[in-house]
Write a protein of this length. Sequence first.
Length: 132
Amino acid sequence: ARMLVDMLTDAALIDDLDEFQQLVESRPSRICVFDTMPLLCGIEPNLPGTVLPHGWLVTSDSIAARLAEILAADELVLLKSDLPKAGSLEQLAQANYVDEFFPVIAGKIRQVRCVNLRDEEFAEQSLQASTR
């Protein structure tokens, strides 16, 4: 998070969940980068919803999905280097496009999209939650 803030012009680094939520709700025009470390190390396990397991089942994709769940976000957008080849969240996890835990946590988010950052036009694709 700190490296990203250093790379961006006029970006704010925020590590307080309440402050971040207020900024999200007020829709600031300034770019904000949320440092998830304090959230993951102490706060996240005590919040309602699906608690993230500790280990390699979880990567930044599931962390972003958990944050979207905590914030009750309408949408989660994953910035990736390619668009997925498979359809369901489970298939994407099996293909190692997202981590193994992602289908569990992202299946609760209304809209999940991927954007290909390597594509000049930033091609995007909506992801399908499984039908359970």
